[in-house]
Ligand binder design. Structure first.
Ligand SMILES: Cc1cc2nc3c(=O)[nH]c(=O)nc-3n(C[C@H](O)[C@H](O)[C@H](O)COP(=O)(O)O)c2cc1C
Length: 179
């Protein structure tokens, strides 16, 4: 019985998680950050190879340089837009460029981390708009990724400074039950 209640609480949280795009400046404690990363490590990975790497960035100068590198590579942001939403911590997910399921492994880890963050009252936003900047060679040097790894996603984390808008109504035309 206890187990069923716990599962239902998780399910409720899963439906309530929303992307957060405004963060308070205080840092997430290391023990909570480690739990979020551990949740990412326990995500499924293709052939169980755990072919993804977690890079935690708190250095706002580096994050600003990623944004500048994205703009240099042709990425356009509206004036005043802060693509990482001034989050106190960002995690970059990278994987080997040659691995067939690199994107999928990174996405699974990201989703697990976002749900774990939500369970601790921490907001998150999955950010792909900055991928061109993350893949800039001068930025890649500073990220100290394992050899031949390439970024496939990033997530901003922090305590929410504002609540998210209501979830959009879900589509009703996107499920098919085959007989
Ligand atoms: C692959 C992927 C890339 C995303 N990239 C960005 C991004 O670059 N910037 C951003 O603000 N949100 C980004 N998002 C967040 C989505 O906009 C957000 O999940 C969506 O609007 C639904 O909102 P919800 O997460 O609150 O349900 C991304 C989400 C996914 C899954």
């Amino acid at each position: 019985m206890q187990e069923v209640i716990a599962i239902n609480e998780f399910y409720d949280m899963l439906l309530k998680r929303r992307t957060i795009r405004a963060f308070r400046p205080e840092m997430i404690p290391d023990d909570i950050m480690n739990k979020i990363i551990t949740a990412g490590k326990y995500a499924p990975s293709a052939m169980g190879q755990q072919n993804r790497h977690f890079t935690v960035i708190k250095d706002q100068t580096l994050l600003n340089d990623v944004v500048k590198a994205t703009e240099k590579a042709g990425g356009e942001f509206v004036p005043g837009h802060t693509p990482f939403y001034s989050a106190p911590a960002v995690i970059i997910l990278s994987a080997p460029a040659s691995f067939k399921f690199n994107r999928e492994d990174c996405a699974c880890a990201i989703q697990n981390m976002m749900l774990a963050a939500c369970s601790f009252g921490i907001g998150s936003c999955y950010i792909c708009a900055v991928l061109p900047g993350l893949r800039d060679s001068s930025i890649m040097d500073r990220l100290k990724l394992p050899a031949n790894y390439v970024p496939y996603g990033s997530v901003s984390f922090g305590y929410p400074a504002a609540s998210a808008p209501e979830a959009k109504a879900r589509r009703t035309d996107d499920v098919t039950f085959l007989p």
